[in-house]
Design a protein around this ligand. Structure first.
Ligand SMILES: Cc1cc2nc3c(=O)[nH]c(=O)nc-3n(C[C@H](O)[C@H](O)[C@H](O)COP(=O)(O)OP(=O)(O)OC[C@H]3O[C@@H](n4cnc5c(N)ncnc54)[C@H](O)[C@@H]3O)c2cc1C
Length: 421
């Protein structure tokens, strides 16, 4: 594999770009692997990479029903942050952010991680107090966190609707190390790096049935034949319940909801941060891509579905939310929108855990927020699969938390997936 470095870029520039190798192989499936990960999104690919890199396991495959990154990994609005408060969550997301900070070097692939700050607006004194509590706790844990008063906010982001907003803007909670990355690049970077370590990435390989004896999965029926494995990991995001049904294990505390993203025509540089707000039923987040498009999103579509497309009420909802805070966008044109299927858990928190089947491991429940979690998710899921027991940091992120009533409800929104982000 040709490495990306200044010398190779110059050499290939003079060479008609003929000296680059394929980015990853297209192998035929083997009959058996040590470990099979189902799902070629950021979580599945990162898991395979850290299994190979951190545990030196050679015989691994990632099975993807379509093309890698065709699911949520390539459909999200790319916001990366670690502004979490609950024990377990803040260590996990901070670890993820630290991995992001070195990811381009680690993968030898430019994932275009841009630490441009995540600015979360507040609109009332109680909302400011809630933000202050969370951001002070983050500081106590060593995570960067700031509160901006209205003057600092106006200085940094002068074009918000300060004069005429239905919900007046009072300030913002800010994480400066947060930002965006290019989602395709992250998928390709992990795929390339995993492939280099010997991982077989099998695209167009859908798992259609699971061959199970009582306490073990013996093999997976796929559209490319039966594939056996000693250990199996599910990392299929919005399709988790479908795969789970094939195991015969009953129901999961997960619902599949769709979330839309929107992209506008390109404009000159305007939005230099990720701006977020949620008040009065509206929920809105926006940033500007390197190509100049504004990328934004809002709430779920409010009904369960496996369709990767959204409906018009949310288009209107997001447009209204945009206009409430950024009326300067009134005449901009939306050129694309799509939806991804999110695996919404009942407390808004993820699962990286063992399952009732000894050789099956689960990675799911990422809600709106699994892109930023990708690196740490891969790291801890690999650790779980290799050691067969969870690391201390994720030990409460299991299925039993619902039986025991110890949910990890970061937002305190209760057992309603629609209310969790
Ligand atoms: C519109 C939108 C905006 C979002 N914005 C953000 C954001 O700003 N920040 C953030 O942190 N998170 C965000 N998210 C959430 C984030 O994208 C997801 O939580 C995360 O990508 C899910 O993990 P994944 O990448 O592994 O999933 P996916 O990319 O969905 O990967 C799962 C893969 O499994 C494959 N699969 C499914 N069934 C099978 C099968 N039977 N056999 C083989 N393969 C199968 C699918 O084809 C898919 O490629 C957003 C999500 C959406 C939809």
């Amino acid at each position: 594999m040709t490495r990306f470095n200044a010398w190779n870029v110059i050499k290939n520039g003079l060479n008609d770009q003929t000296g680059w190798d394929r980015q990853w192989r297209d192998p035929e499936p083997k009959k058996e692997y040590e470990i099979v990960i189902v799902g070629g999104g950021i979580h599945g690919l990162a898991t395979s990479y850290y299994l190979a890199k951190n545990f030196n396991i050679k015989n691994i495959a990632v099975l993807e029903k379509g093309w890698i990154g065709g699911g949520n990994a390539g459909r999200n609005t790319t916001i990366i942050r670690s502004n979490y408060m609950m024990p377990g969550s803040h260590q996990f997301y901070e670890h993820s952010l630290k991995l992001w900070e070195n990811l381009s070097h680690d993968l030898n692939y430019n994932v275009m991680f841009s630490q441009r700050a995540h600015v979360s607006l507040f609109h009332s004194p109680p909302a400011r107090d809630v933000a202050a509590r969370r951001y002070n706790i983050m500081k106590l844990h060593g995570t960067d966190a700031e509160l901006w008063d209205i003057n600092k906010l106006k200085k940094n982001i002068p074009y918000l609707n300060y004069h005429n907003a239905r919900f007046p803007i009072l300030g913002a909670a800010v994480q400066n190390r947060a930002g965006n990355a290019r989602h395709d690049a992250v998928v390709w970077g992990y795929a390339r790096a995993a492939d280099q370590l010997g991982v077989d990435i099998l695209q167009n390989c859908e798992v259609t049935n699971i061959l199970r004896t009582n306490s073990n999965i013996d093999g997976l029926e796929t559209t490319r034949g039966i594939i056996k494995a000693k250990k199996i990991g599910f990392a299929v995001a919005g399709n988790t319940s479908r795969l789970w049904e094939m195991t015969g294990l009953g129901n999961l505390p997960i619902e599949s909801h769709k979330l839309q993203a929107f992209v506008t025509e390109s404009i000159k540089p305007l939005i230099d941060q990720v701006i977020v707000y949620g008040v009065g039923g509206a929920h809105f987040y926006i940033s500007q891509s390197d190509k100049g498009s504004l990328v934004f999103g809002g709430d779920l579509d409010w009904y369960k579905s496996y369709a990767q497309r959204g409906n018009l009420p949310i288009v209107q909802d997001c447009a209204e939310a945009a206009m409430a805070i950024l009326p300067c966008l009134g005449r901009i044109r939306i050129v694309r929108h799509w939806a991804g299927v999110c695996d919404m858990s009942m407390d808004g928190t993820f699962f990286i855990c063992n399952t009732p089947i000894k050789n099956l491991f689960l990675n799911a429940g990422w809600n709106y927020g699994g892109f930023k979690a990708g690196p740490a998710s891969g790291w801890y899921f690999a650790d779980l699969i290799a050691n067969e027991q969870p690391n201390q940091i994720i030990k409460n992120h299991n299925l039993e938390r619902f039986e025991k009533g110890i949910n990890l409800d970061e937002r305190g929104a209760g057992p309603d997936p629609k209310l969790h982000g």
